[in-house]
Design a protein around this ligand. Structure first.
Ligand SMILES: [Zn+2]
Length: 89
């Protein structure tokens, strides 16, 4: 527990969803999302639309577990471990 207040992870829109990656991964290098998807080249930036993609709840869950953030009560367990269908706002 570092308690520094800075996050170990950051969001990365990739392959249609907002995944989380380790914040130590530099842009333009390869990495892996928290849910295990390989990212051949981590983009340094992305357009606004990509920032609005649906959250990858597997990454959200892993992130919360790693940083001891309480689970999001709005996310039912049924959404985890499988790709959530498109949600209507
Ligand atoms: Zn993910």
């Amino acid at each position: 527990m570092n308690g520094s207040g800075t996050s170990q992870f950051r969001w990365l829109p990739f392959s249609g969803r907002r995944h989380a990656i380790d914040d130590a991964i530099e842009p333009n290098t390869s990495g892996r999302t928290l849910c295990g998807k390989p990212v051949p080249k981590v983009p340094a930036q992305w357009d606004k639309q990509a920032g609005c993609w649906e959250t990858c709840w597997d990454c959200d869950y892993i992130w919360r577990c790693r940083e001891n953030i309480p689970l999001n009560p709005a996310v039912s367990r049924s959404k985890l471990t499988k790709v959530a269908p498109e949600l209507t706002p």
